[in-house]
Ligand binder design. Structure first.
Ligand code: GDP
Length: 298
């Protein structure tokens, strides 16, 4: 996903190599090149501005280091600032003191929520948890069946409304799902919710109603990293309409420009918890800002 950005940054920073001392003009022109590379990668403008200002300020004030030459110092600063915009430390899931922990998934249709429910369940199972899925996407035909299928693949139970009762009330299903999880000793409940093709008020209200009913320990906003700048507007809409405590980036294996991944933490103020990078249930892990920054810097 970051191939182009990575190539650009590598070549910009390469130009600094061999310079004994960097003038302010060197730093300014490097910063300008980095700015263009980030904008072309679809990183949101305010994020780019803040990033460049920080890199410039630090590079110009950089202490003379015995261990690093000027080019290496700029690379170190760029790397550290990339890690910072990606969230700094790896943030782990908040687990409830009194199980079950409730994780609610929200996001647009096609973002990868259902797949994520299976991935997360499998990942949690491997860590010794006993997760259960709850199917609250009652809008899209087949969504319930699709969740049951990923649940089976992950080897976990899925709570779903009984068929034949009309569309059903997702809030009621969510409540009953949590009660069932308590009853059957599951320590983590993953609540899948409906996504629409675009942000709409009814979707937000429904997700907010489910949130109020289940009081999640984490609400995870699931976003397709391939949708570019739209990821930021969608994230803002979900932040304001439902609120979330963490972000999951999906489709990081795609060949889009990757700016969404670099913007969403800064723009929403919420950390990226997980990265999803393929269609298989195993293509999933905690999000590590430092590893992502290294991948981008090549
Ligand atoms: P939902 O509508 O949000 O529940 O989205 P789905 O889970 O149904 O995913 C939509 C499509 O994206 C499906 O074809 C998934 O196989 C695919 N998908 C989900 N996550 C990933 C990922 O990380 N990488 C790739 N390449 N495809 C994914």
């Amino acid at each position: 996903m970051f191939d182009t950005l990575s190539d650009r940054l590598t070549s910009v920073l390469q130009n600094l190599r061999g310079k004994g001392k960097l003038s302010d003009a060197d730093i300014d022109s490097t910063a300008r090149e980095i700015r263009i590379a980030l904008l072309e990668a679809d990183v949101a403008l305010p994020v780019v501005r803040a990033f460049i200002a920080k890199v410039k300020e630090r590079a110009k004030g950089a202490e003379v280091s015995e261990a690093l030459n000027p080019a290496q110092q700029v690379i170190k600063i760029v790397n550290e600032e990339l890690v910072a915009i990606l969230g700094g430390e790896t943030r782990r899931l908040n687990l409830a003191k009194n199980p079950p922990t409730v994780l609610m998934l929200a996001g647009l249709q096609g973002a990868g929520k259902t797949t994520l429910a299976g991935k997360l369940a499998l990942w949690l199972k491997k860590q010794g948890h006993a997760p259960m899925l709850v199917a609250c996407d009652l809008q899209r035909p087949n969504a319930v069946t699709q969740l049951q299928v990923v649940g089976e693949r992950a080897g976990v139970q899925t709570f779903a409304p009984e068929p034949g009762n009309g569309v059903g009330d997702p809030v009621d299903v969510a409540r009953r799902g949590i009660a069932e999880a308590k009853h059957s000793q599951h320590d983590i409940v993953i609540v899948d919710t409906a996504g629409r093709l675009g942000v709409d008020e009814e979707l937000m209200r429904q997700a907010a109603d489910i949130r109020d009913a289940v009081q999640p320990d984490e609400t995870l906003f699931v976003v397709d990293a391939m949708i570019g700048q739209d990821a930021v507007t969608t994230a803002e809409a979900f932040r304001d309409g439902v609120g979330f405590t963490g972000v999951v980036l999906t489709k990081l294996d795609g060949d889009a420009r990757g700016g969404a991944a670099l913007s969403v933490r800064e723009v929403t103020g919420q950390p990226i918890l997980f990265a999803s990078n393929g269609e298989k249930l195993e293509d999933f892990d905690l999000f590590h800002p430092d590893r992502m920054a290294s991948r981008i810097l090549g």
